[in-house]
Design a protein around this ligand. Sequence first.
Ligand code: PBG
Length: 317
Amino acid sequence: MQDGLRIGTRKSPLAMAQTEQMRQRILAANPSLSDEATVLAPMTTTGDQMLSGPLMEVGGKGLFTRELDDALLAGAIDLAVHSAKDLPTVLPDGIELITIPEREDPYDAWIGADNMTVDQLPQGAKLGSASLRRRAQILARRPDLVPVVLRGNVGTRLDKLARGDAHATMLAHAGLRRLGKTDVMTCVLDEALCLPAPTQGILAITARTGDERVARILAPLEDPTVRAQATAERAFLATLDGSCRTPIAALSRVEGDRVHLTGRVLPPNGSECYEIAGDAPVAEAEALGLQLGRDMRAKAGEAFFAALPQMVADAWG
Ligand SMILES: NCc1[nH]cc(CCC(=O)O)c1CC(=O)O
């Protein structure tokens, strides 16, 4: 299989859809690659086997990436396509974040029963989520809502909503777009109401460090602007994401040669909201994320971060 390309992916419908979209882009950029020899290698990860919804949003521990990393290092696949959000902030030795392609919409989509918006939901309605980040930000606006855990992948969560397990839920707009399922959503949430997760909507392609053939094949897909965004947002997360599953949000944008980053941290019940923002030259995207992460530690205070693990544990009941 000298000329072939094996593309590792998780098996979830979203992962399969976005990896196939990347396969098509790779083929379009590399006319010498044959369609038949450029194949998806779907794999089950530890994260897929753990049916606990909250873990779906943890991401940072490599639950969705380890098996793909092993396959890469063993030479069973040549690259792997991940949601950047599910990638740990530190990659294993020998594996490189080789390509960051164009970003999908970073924001969260709101799916309300009878198309009710956040403000239209009746008092005490059930807010379904497996993400403390989303839950906390919506509760900050609507403290009367009753949070319930809604687990599973996109399709499962929509089924549960239809069954009345919750009156509303949120999903990444990017995921719905890639699945062609935007018809189910009521609206997109703006960043004042719900700042996205760091790197939401970004795909991350990993490969073996030093694999020059794969690097050449993927080079046309790289988007330097999105690379800077991913770098800043991941650095911010890395500074804050110790052992606790903090509701952390961050979004950056590039304007000219500067990258602007906004970060937010909340307790799970949304009773407070700490926000921080700053900008730097694009070349210093990582330093910006690290600095704002440290500033956030100071702003929310060590007592807040010390209390968070217990607050997070309580939030999952
Ligand atoms: N944690 C699962 C996950 N990882 C990435 C996405 C969405 C797609 C993306 O951010 O690129 C999702 C689903 C969701 O949050 O609704």
